[in-house]
Design a protein around this ligand. Structure first.
Ligand code: 13P
Length: 248
């Protein structure tokens, strides 16, 4: 009922020449899993022009549709460039740009107004996990970052433990399952069973070809938000294929 989603976040990586990697991902994108690549904003237009079945997304948007905000990009601009999704509230944005839940919520509203699917990121730091505060942190981020009006079509949640991003460390499958089940229950409680069950929940943080199959077998894992391993087709295609196989 929920189509699996393999999402790649290129972060601040990628020049025009790297779009050849997108070409090499085309065939895999015709399979069972939906594929999304979020390149840097400078490449969105070119990526859209050669995306095939791959959806293209932004990595952030401003909460306003237009105005005097030098250097920022609005949700209508992303949509106009051909993007269909936008990542919001990534932990790197929360840290580097001091974004808080209320900022993410306002951006999410702006994304929805522009017709974009919001991929809202939540996740605990190592300190928070060690203090056994993980579920409280996730609950607070979900309540604060996601506005009313979510549906299975306009929202994707990405659970990304901060300590697992770019570190090669991954929570155990039990730990991932506990958080994903908790997120599902929270979504159902707030938005009703139908909507809560239809929102996809991705895992992100050091997903690689070697651990993807194991992670995709966990309950309520509907795909992945992949950083480093989404930059090269040689890494991302096996992850897309593992996801497709998990939904068979
Ligand atoms: P890595 O896959 O490089 O750990 O990054 C995960 C991430 O932050 C995706 O948004």
């Amino acid at each position: 009922m929920r189509r699996k989603l393999a999402a790649g976040n290129w972060k601040m990586n990628g020049l025009a020449a790297d779009l050849s990697e997108l070409d090499a991902m085309q065939d895999a994108a015709d399979g069972a899993a939906e594929v999304l690549i979020c390149p840097p904003a400078t490449l969105i237009g070119q990526a859209v022009a050669r995306r095939g079945a791959i959806a293209i997304g932004g990595q952030d948007c401003h909460k306003s549709g237009s105005g005097a905000h030098t250097g920022d990009i609005s949700a209508p601009m992303l949509a106009d460039a051909g993007a269909s999704h936008v990542i919001l509230g990534h932990s790197e944005r929360r840290t580097d740009h001091d974004e808080h839940d209320d900022d993410v919520r306002a951006k999410c509203r702006a994304a929805w107004e522009a017709g974009l699917v919001a991929v809202v990121c939540v996740g605990e730091t190592l300190e928070e996990r060690e203090a056994q505060n993980t579920l409280d942190i996730i609950a607070g981020q979900l309540a604060g970052s996601v506005p009313d009006g979510a549906t299975g079509h306009n929202l994707v949640i990405a659970y990304e433990p901060v300590w697992a991003i770019g570190t090669g460390k991954v929570p155990s499958t039990d730990e991932i399952g506990d958080v994903h089940d908790f997120i599902r229950a929270r979504l159902e409680r707030r938005f009703g069973e139908g909507v809560g069950r239809s929102v996809r929940i991705l895992y992100g943080g050091s997903v690689k070809p070697g651990n993807a199959t194991e992670i995709f077998a966990v309950s309520n894992v509907d795909g992945a938000l992949v950083g480093g391993a989404s930059l090269k087709a040689a890494d991302f295609v096996p992850i897309i294929n593992a996801l497709g196989a998990s939904s068979a």
